[in-house]
Structure formats: C-alpha cells, structure tokens
Write a protein that binds this ligand. Structure first.
Ligand SMILES: *Cc1c(COP(=O)(O)O)cnc(C)c1O
Length: 385
C-alpha cells in the first residue's frame, strides 16, 4: 500500500513545544507579553507602525471593518474568487459585498475589474493576494487615495510576498493575515492586523476587544486600576499568549521555508504535464509566497481528477469555488455566472496540489506521476473530442 500524501503538514516541532510550555507557566493565559513581543517582531518584518495579533483573519477583519464604521447601507467590493470569509465579514456586519471579477491571467483584482463597481455607497475594497501573488495595491492607492474609500488587504496567502519590493501594509489602510492551520505560518487559529494609519489603529485596539477603552493587560498598569468605558462596538478577536508563543520561530524562518516551497513549485512546474491543464500566470513583479499550487482541470473533468488523486491516497482540495456560487449568496444576490465569467470558469476546474516545505520528494513524484500517467491522458482525449 502506498503511503498517504497529506494535502498539508505543519512543521511545528521542539522549538514550539518548548515555547508553548513556557507560556503555560505564565500568570495570565490570555493576551500578554508574548503577544506584544510577536507584534513587535511583525512590525519590524513588515516595516509598519502598528500591529495587533488576532484569533483569526475573520475576527480581525470584523474588528477592522467595525473600526471603519462599516455597516448597513454600505458596500464593500470583494472578489468572488476567494475564500468565503472575505465576503462573509461584510455580510455579517449588514453591509453589502459587491463581487468583482479578476484578471483572466493572474486571477488577481485589478483597477479595471473594480472601477465600474464603485458607487457613492462604496466604503471599502478588500484586495485578495490570491495564492500568494500580490495585487498592485499602489495602483489602487493612486486611484482611490484621495477618496474616502478604504483599502484592506486580505493577506491570508501572502505573508512572505511583496510587489516591486513593497510588502503588505505599505499602501492600504490595513492588511490582515491568517495563521489558520493550513497557512504558511500557523498557530492553529490566529491572525494579525497591520496598519500605518494611527487613527484607525486606535479604534482597532478597541474593536478587537469588545470595544473596551482599556485592554485587560493594561488595566492594572503602574499599580493603579484603570476604569474602562466602551465607545464603539467590538468583537472578541484577541489572540492568547499560548498561541502567540508558536509564532516567533516561524516568523524568523519564513523566508527560508519559502525557499523550500519554491523548490517544490519549480519541481511541479518542470515535471507536471500541463498541456491540457493550466496554472495561473505569474506576474514576476515581486516575491510570490506560493501558499498554494493550483491547477485548472478543464472539460468538466475536475471530479475525475480529484477521485483519481484520492484513490492514490493523495490529498487535494479546491481553492476556490467562487463565493457568489455558494447557496447562501446565490439565494441572496442571484448573480449570474456570466457576470463573473473568469471567476466562475476558474472555480469550476481548479484544484490545489500538496505543497509544503517538508513535502518528501518521493511523495511529490507520486503526485506528478498520478497527474501525468492517470489524469493527463484523459484530459488529452477530452481536448481532442
Ligand atoms: C483562510 C482564509 C481566510 C480566513 O482566515 P481565518 O484565519 O480562518 O479566518 C480569509 N481569506 C482567505 C483568502 C483565506 O484563504
């Protein structure tokens, strides 16, 4: 029997075990000195003024949108080719997600995709750096910078990325990361918000913690109890120190781990028979974080491909079915696929292959052999008929 090839494997090890054990000995298990330390580390990594660790991308985005005072009557432009959370956070707050399509080659949002969707109700645009390749945030900043429209970056795939040398957080009002179990950097559940906007950050510090004016760790500062109030509505988005303790070593090693992922990517690029399949175009305008290795299986053969991989014990997944096609959004907004053609088409055929720094060579070869020997011939036949 062949060894199973999991879709994802984390690489947390003895360093993280020691770190979490230390954390358990501290007095308070909630957000404390460890979070402050990691926030400092992230501020340096991204060269930004402010950083707040959160317990998920989703809660971080809710806190950010709340701090921007976004709610009923407001519109937020989001891509349909993304994970549902990007749109859900808008919907949860009673605002309306306006779905945009993406560039046909890179599958990224561009100014051209977004411009025609802007109305007087548009309050924000969430730019998704899909699969680890960054959108041109500066072009959005140049166009929208003089308006009230806020730019938010969904960096769930793009921790290591840059665009022409500019990292996330450089041109947006806020950039939000995910440290969920399958992301490049993970603490099981977690995330971070970074921003250079001091005024916004002051409110985010409150909206991540119920809206309280003084956070728990600061209530007893300098020996005196600080009476707190609540000026804005917030969520409970703070990350506990226990989970934050898993992050410092991963952040330090992020670029080394990226190099290992790039080797796997090049191996796929060189050896996969993609004659009748395709991968997104890489724009080569900066560092690609290669969070995922997506390939498009045409001619309605995706289910066949998934079954073939699964029969071989190889974990594959779909990133993503377009959000507007989800039952909830279909029932609510009924957007036709012809209105979001590129996202709908890509979403009908995309699968992601296993990709992580410790993916064994023999296992990766099995993924390649399975595609080339069992799936590609079937694609060839379908392409001819
Ligand atoms: C994973 C993911 C999220 C959600 O992250 P959580 O930390 O699980 O809330 C949001 N956007 C994209 C593009 C993602 O892949």
């Amino acid at each position: 029997m062949n060894q199973r090839v999991p879709f994802y494997k984390h690489q947390l090890d003895s360093i993280e075990q020691e770190s979490i054990a230390k954390s358990l000995k501290s007095e308070m298990l909630s957000s404390g000195p460890k979070c402050v330390e990691v926030e400092q580390q992230l501020k340096v990594f991204f060269n930004v003024k402010n950083c707040k660790l959160v317990n998920s991308w989703t809660n971080g985005a809710l806190a950010t949108l709340l701090a921007m005072n976004i709610g009923p009557g407001d519109e937020v432009i989001v891509p349909s080719m993304t994970f549902i959370a990007t749109a859900n956070v808008v919907e949860i707050l009673g605002a309306t997600p306006i779905f945009c399509d993406v560039d046909s080659e890179t599958l990224l949002m561009t100014l051209d995709c977004v411009k025609s969707l802007v109305t007087p109700k548009t309050k924000a645009i969430i730019l998704v750096h899909l699969y680890g390749q960054m959108c041109d945030v500066k072009s959005f900043k140049d166009f929208f910078g003089s308006t009230e429209i806020k730019l938010i970056e969904d960096c769930a795939h793009s921790f290591e990325s840059d665009y022409k040398g500019d990292k996330p957080g450089t041109y947006s009002n806020a950039a939000i990361f995910s440290f969920y179990a399958t992301k490049n950097i993970t603490c099981g559940e977690g995330g971070a918000i970074i921003t250079n906007d001091d005024e916004l950050y002051e409110v985010i510090e409150q909206t991540v913690l119920h809206g309280m004016t003084v956070g728990a760790s600061k209530r007893h500062e300098n020996g005196a109890f600080k009476v707190w109030d609540m000026n804005v509505l917030g969520v409970k988005a703070n990350l506990p120190d226990i989970l934050a303790s898993l992050l410092p070593s991963q952040i330090s090693n992020a670029m080394t781990k990226l190099d290992l992922r790039i080797q796997k990517v090049l191996n796929y690029d060189t050896h996969l028979d993609l004659t009748d399949a395709k991968i997104p175009v890489r724009h080569h305008k900066g560092v690609h974080a290669h969070h995922l290795y997506p390939i498009y299986i045409p001619n309605g053969l995706r289910n066949y491909a998934i079954k073939t991989f699964m029969d071989e014990g190889i974990g594959v997944t779909i990133n993503f079915r377009p959000v507007h096609e989800m039952n909830y959004y279909r029932n609510r907004y009924n957007i036709r696929n012809s209105e979001l053609k590129i996202s709908s088409d890509w979403g009908s055929g995309v699968i992601s292959l296993p990709l992580y720094p410790n993916l064994e060579e023999s296992n990766q070869n099995r993924v390649i052999d399975t595609l080339n020997e069992k799936i590609a011939p079937r694609l060839r036949k379908a392409a001819k008929s």
